[in-house]
Structures are given as C-alpha cells and as structure tokens.
Design a binder for this molecule. Sequence first.
Ligand code: GDP
Ligand code: GDP
Length: 454
Amino acid sequence: MRKPVVVLVGRPNVGKSTLFNRLAGERLAIVDDVPGTTRDRLLAEGEWTGHVFDVMDTGGIDPTTGGKDPLSIGSADYIEQIRVQAKAALELADVVLFLVDAEAGVTPADLEVAQILRRNQKKEEDGRLNPPVLLVVNKADNNALRNMASQFYELGMGDPYAISAVHGTGTGDLLDELVANFPQEPEEEGEPSVKIAIVGKPNAGKSSLLNCLMGEERAIVSPIAGTTRDAVDTFMMYNDIPVTLIDTAGIRRRGKVEPGVEKYSVLRAIRAIERADVALLVIDATTGITAQDTHIAGFILEAWKSTVVIVNKWDAVEKDNETMNLYTQKIRQELNFMDYVPILFISAKTGKRVDQVLPTALRVQEERLVRLSTSQLNKVIQDAQARHQPTTKSGQTLKIYYGTQVRSDPPTFMLYCNDPKLAHFSYRRFLENRIRENYTYLGTPIRLVFKSRR
Ligand code: GDP
Ligand code: GDP
C-alpha cells in the first residue's frame, strides 16, 4: 500500500514548518544511521488514527531567496517563486494543505497561491478536484482569531479550518478531514507490474535512459492512460514481465532553471521512490557521485526500496584500466550504508550496456521476494552468535533465541532476544552481513526487527 503524500504550501511565515513539526511523528530510526541523509526538514512521516502518511514542506525550500538575498514581498520574483512552489505542491501531493495566517488576514500572496491552486487542480469525472486542497487558517490562537477565519472564504478554496499550530488546537479536526481526503485504494490500474523509478540529479540523464529503455528490442511499450497526475509512467512488457517505469523529469522542462529546482527534484524523487519497488539511481559520470546522489540513496533506503546504481555518460569519461575500479570504490565509500547494490556503467547516449539495466533491476526485484526458511535463518543466527556475541560496556550480553522471516518485499526478519536495546548498529550490521552470506539479496535492504521474547 502506498503512503499518501501531504504537501504544505503557503507564503513564508504562515507557520508551515511549525505545523510540519507537529504533524511529523516518529521518524524512521534508520535516518540516524545513514550519513548524508539529514532531511532539511523537507519530509517526515506522520500518523493519524492509524493512517500513515508523508508530509512534505515546500517551505523548506525558501521561496524568498533561492539562496540569495531575500526578495521583497510582492516583487515579480517573489510572486514567481510562490507560483513555482504552488505548482510543485500540486504535482507532488495527494492532499495539499494551504496555510494562511489568521492575524494577517487575506494577503495578495495568498490570493496568488489560491489562484494557482484553483487553476491547476484537475477536475475528475465525478466533479471532485484533484488533488484536494484544504484551507488551513493558522495562528487562530483564540476565539477572536478563530472567528476571523471566515474572511478566508474570499480565497474560493472552500471551508477554512482554523487551527493553532503552536498550541495544537483545531489540528484534530483538520487531521480527520485530511485522512478522509486520502485517495482510495487501489490506485493501481491494469495488471500488477514491477515498478521501477528512475531517480537522480537534474541532468544525470534520466530522460535519456528512459527513452533508451523504451526503445529496447525486448521492450513492448504500451501507452496507458496515466493514473491521475502521474502521467509520466510508462508501462511495458519486458521479456513477458510487466514493468512500469516511473520517471521524475516531470514538469521541469520549460527551458528555464528555477531557483529551488534541485530541492523540488529531490521531493519528486521521493515521491517516485515511494511508488516504486526498485529505484535506478542515475549518477552522472562526468561529475562523479555527489552529496545529492547520496541524499537520494538515503531516501531509497529509508523507504526500504531496492536500488541499482547506474553510472551514466560513461562514454564521456576518459578512462584506462583502473577507472571503473576507482569509480566503484568511490561509490562504495559514499554509499557504504548500502554496500549490497549492483553498479552498472552505461551510456544512454551510445546505448552501451543499457541492455543490462532492466535485467538487473528485475533480478533485484526477484531477490526482494526471496524467503529464507526458518531453519536456514536460525542456523545463520547460531553461527553468528558462535562467532561473535556482543557485550555492552555494562557487561550485558545480547542473546538471540530464534528468528523468523515475517515478510518479504522487503525481506524482514523478526529476531526474538533477551533485550532489543542491546542490539546495536554494528551488531545489526554484522548479522545482516551473515544473512547476506547465506543469501545475497542483491540490491535489497534487509530489515531486522528485534523483539523481547516476553
Ligand atoms: P513558515 O515560514 O511558513 O514555515 O512559518 P514558521 O513555521 O517558521 O512560522 C513563522 C512564525 O509564526 C514563527 O515565529 C512561529 O512561531 C509563528 N507561528 C507558527 N504557528 C503559529 C500559531 O499557531 N500561532 C502563533 N501565534 N504563532 C505561530
Ligand atoms: P535528466 O535531467 O536526468 O532527465 O537528463 P537528460 O536525459 O535530459 O540529459 C541531460 C543531458 O545529458 C542532455 O544534454 C543529454 O544529451 C546528456 N546525456 C544523457 N545521457 C548521456 C550519456 O550517456 N552520455 C553523454 N555524453 N551525454 C548524455
């Protein structure tokens, strides 16, 4: 089941990041273990009445500066930034939360955002607007301010929800409404397929790779009616296996590079990763692996999706016998938190080794589905403990009594032990490697869940 994505939009200072922090529930613990994956407060996981969702804050991308001096409010650039932000929100969201400020009342920037949202929402056959937008009147800290909320009907965005992000008042009703607006399952149309997302920095060659894959001899591409706004999906039969390629190039191509575009591209990548089984992480060989690539890799891991690293533009690199090794070493070093990923060196321009991309991705997907038998797993656990039993500084020893694979896709192992707190990162790593000696799970993360036996 795919997690719905909630995107916060609104002019600066209305309280987006405050609400974001309130909605952000538990973050996956793995974030702490993965270097280079601080989230720039762009994304967090929230939960309400059993519904888990991702929250994205377009405000994390400061529309007023784009890294330079602040733009003056109301200037042409400022309005343009707000426009870009609102459009990105519509593209990314299952539900948009449009924030305004009760104290400030309706401002020209609010009117601008409202207009863009209304113009760009899609009208479904049954009359619903997609994605739905909920109008949130923040900073309604008291009754007088709550009463001000009705003035925002002027924005033409339906009923305003008065809340105080700081105090938490009104957020329960808002969340009820939010959850009610999540898309109904199932989103998938047609037959099930292996979902492969093509992610990476702008200009790495994602579109070129997509075109190449579609042109492959083994690929029978059939245009499907794009599901809602994700119209960039490509469905194909590859050696009789149904495959959906999820592209992230999206709305970027308008000739002009917008400020903040790099960060929106990360949000787009996250959104695509969320829908995928396997992500092709496309790295530009002419620049080598960069912090942004590592960042995206971190998001793939956090979402527990599988990865194939694609080093593209290999034609443009001057090389000798050692070059591929050096690249491999460097990538392994930067992506040391996913040392299980296959790396392919390709050229989308010349087509070199592009024919290995889908077979590798499909093999990785197969490995995601492998189940170890309980006896196999317990032999691994026993051998591992015989080799190395972790003892903490206080002298306590972790004892794993037995384990079982509770699910595949991704492979998830429940390990019953004396005290889960004793299972530290390095020992988890050690165990994971022992499991991979038994079965490689190529390209696929392994989830170890420690449980107290009682
Ligand atoms: P953003 O720019 O939209 O992300 O806005 P912030 O979340 O940074 O908030 C801007 C300012 O408004 C900060 O000083 C917040 O403390 C304040 N703020 C946010 N929510 C509320 C609220 O519910 N009530 C009041 N009184 N202030 C708030
Ligand atoms: P995207 O932004 O990731 O979708 O990247 P594009 O597919 O638009 O490619 C960006 C630029 O890199 C374009 O000018 C492409 O022609 C070029 N490019 C893509 N793949 C290759 C490749 O394998 N070799 C070389 N030399 N250039 C490439």
